[in-house]
Design a protein around this ligand. Sequence first.
Ligand code: CP
Length: 308
Amino acid sequence: MLNRKDVLGLYDLSAEEIDEILTTGMNMKKLLRQNIKKLPHLQGKTVTTLFYENSTRTRCSFELAADYMGAHVVNIAAASSSVQKGETLVDTGKTLDAMKNDVIVIRHPMGGAPRLLAKTVKAHVVNAGDGMNEHPTQALLDMLTMRENFPSIAGLKVAILGDISHSRVAKSNLFGLKKLGAEVRMFAPRTLMPTGIDRMGAKVCASREEAVEGADVVMGLRIQLERQHGGNFPSLGEYAKYYGADEALMRYAAPHALVMHPGPVNRGVELTSALIDGDTSRIEEQVLSGIAVRMAILFLLTKEEVAS
Ligand code: CP
């Protein structure tokens, strides 16, 4: 039972809580597939998306999720808000509380910002990505997509390739997938592999072939050029050649293996166009799972209040 005020990371969530979100998300996805976009679950609620970093998928899908369930939806982009006049995160949160916001969805470049906000506001807080820390709803939508495509997440072999160091997606997937019994393999240039990730449960591989051998899912991660301060690899072309995934690499994977990527993709760098657009790609499916899983979280966090 998801019986908590906030969703800040998958490190915090139990396997049972993750399972409840995924089960609810799968039901939401069935409704979306039937093009049902008018639901009563959040009627009378206000959801604010507070984004201090760029986003297409996460922001849009949270806003659609809230809108489809009948909430009032407000967006605050930090670039055009009073943050530019020096207002602190905590004061921004207090202002949103005073406006009777029910849920604040926050993306912030600093790890820990959603947790600080959650401590200081009455509204539910959902982490939409904080620095290099966690991106829980991305991992949940990835897991929802896996659950739909395989009988169970337990026992799956998931290979995550790319910029693990800067990736909040990799960390949230590691925490979530391990809790549900999957094996998580990781491969990156040494300069983009954080020390200690093996102690968190990842199997750190010496080559991309080792990571992909027999894998059920091959997930590419975006090279986060905005978080690199130079010197982690020689060039994008060399990254693609030595660390990216292509059709030849997929021959090492299980015959039924699926290709995933959280987006946005640097096309031809992390994955070739043939993989992105091919039959085994589930990248567009992930996007629909994103709306469904965010509907599930918004509903589960507020459902007692809506019912009372
Ligand atoms: N995957 C993801 O977080 O994408 P956006 O940055 O577009 O939200």
